[in-house]
Each structure stands twice: as structure tokens, then as C-alpha cells.
Ligand binder design. Structure first.
Ligand SMILES: Cc1cc2nc3c(=O)[nH]c(=O)nc-3n(C[C@H](O)[C@H](O)[C@H](O)COP(=O)(O)O)c2cc1C
Length: 174
């Protein structure tokens, strides 16, 4: 799942999603393209989630959180009875991989740094969301300093991302 408000303006997210697009067992689903008006088809999204063993959320870090388009998706798709609560076991045991880019450098995400908190701390809401939904949260793949990263560094990161995704087991059909 690629969640960027406007991929046409994206450097990092666009290149990373292009790097995994042709992988056989991967469905690249671009949220803003699918729902330009942000009216998410929750039934379709839930079906897509059911069909995949690993859910990759790929997004730029916006205001210490997910972009609005992804928050909208979470609000509408991760519903009671589907993702949590009575009968809400559709995501139990699936793997959640976060793939994030931030504008600020890694050194700023420290207690004494400009952003005061570590990424692990700031990711707590997603961590507990995964926990509530029974998702197994993998180590996030984070690219910092998005504005400064060189074409070579970005290409190397895209290769790491592709390898990470290639290692994910194919859909087991359950
Ligand atoms: C609305 C908005 C909010 C942002 N908030 C943050 C932030 O809180 N922390 C940070 O490190 N970078 C922040 N950034 C920088 C983005 O994370 C960065 O531009 C993005 O990862 C680059 O990916 P892209 O080329 O796919 O857009 C923000 C950018 C925008 C447009």
C-alpha cells in the first residue's frame, strides 16, 4: 500500500514503489490514485487485506505521523468486527511492514535532537494498532534525510527495499 498525497510530487515514495512493482507476489496499491476524493471503498480494501499475508505500508512521514490519506484509510478500513473486537480477526497473524521516509536526519530523532523523540517512540500508535489487530510488526524500514539523499543512496535503499519485500513469503491462500 502506497500512501502519498500526490505521487507526482514525490521523489522517494515514487521511486521506492517503482522498485517493487514488478515483483510477482506483490500488489502495489496506490491509495491516492484509487481514491482521489478520499472516499475509501472499505469492502474492497478489506478484501485486498484478506488476500495478502504481508501488508506493507509505504509512506512519507508527515507531521510525525502517517499522511492524512493513510489515516483516512485506517479509520474506514480497520473496523470493529473486521480488524478487532468480536469476530474481528481478519488480520490476525499477518505481517505488517512499515516503509517510511522522513525529511529530517536520523540524528534529529533522539532525546537531545531537534525532534526530541526517537522514531520508535513516535511509531507507538502504529505499534499498538498492530497489536490490537493481531498483526506481527516487522522492523520498520526508514529512510531519513529525504531531501539530501543522493541518487545513488536512494537507488541503494530501493534495492534494500526490493530485497526485503522479495523475502516475504508468497500468499498462502488462507
Ligand atoms: C505535510 C508534510 C509534513 C511533513 N512532516 C515531516 C515530519 O514531521 N518529520 C520529518 O522528518 N519530515 C516531514 N516531512 C518531510 C517528508 O517526510 C519528506 O518530504 C518525504 O519523506 C519525502 O518523500 P517523497 O519524495 O515521497 O514526498 C513532511 C513533509 C510534508 C509535505
Amino acid at each position: 500500500m502506497v500512501a502519498h498525497p500526490d505521487l507526482k510530487t514525490s521523489r522517494i515514495t515514487a521511486q521506492l514503489s517503482a522498485a517493487v512493482k514488478d515483483l510477482e507476489h506483490v500488489t502495489v496499491h496506490e491509495l491516492s490514485a484509487a481514491y482521489p476524493d478520499r472516499r475509501v471503498d472499505a469492502i474492497r480494501e478489506q478484501e485486498l487485506l484478506r488476500q495478502h499475508d504481508t501488508i506493507v505500508l509505504q509512506f512519507p512521514w508527515h507531521w510525525y505521523s502517517v499522511p492524512g490519506v493513510l489515516k483516512e484509510w485506517m479509520d474506514q478500513v480497520l473496523t470493529y468486527g473486521f480488524a478487532y473486537g468480536a469476530g474481528g480477526d481478519a488480520l490476525q497473524g499477518k505481517r505488517l511492514q512499515l516503509v517510511i521516509s522522513t525529511g529530517a536526519p536520523e540524528s534529529s530523532y533522539t532525546p537531545s535532537g531537534h525532534n526530541r523523540f526517537t522514531m520508535a517512540e513516535l511509531l507507538r500508535p502504529l505499534e499498538v494498532t498492530a497489536h490490537l489487530c493481531g498483526l506481527d510488526l516487522a522492523e520498520p524500514l526508514i529512510l531519513h534525510s529525504a531531501y539530501r539523499v543522493t541518487p545513488d543512496e536512494l537507488a541503494a535503499h530501493a534495492v534494500r527495499y526490493r530485497e526485503l519485500i522479495s523475502d516475504v513469503p508468497a500468499y498462502a491462500g488462507h
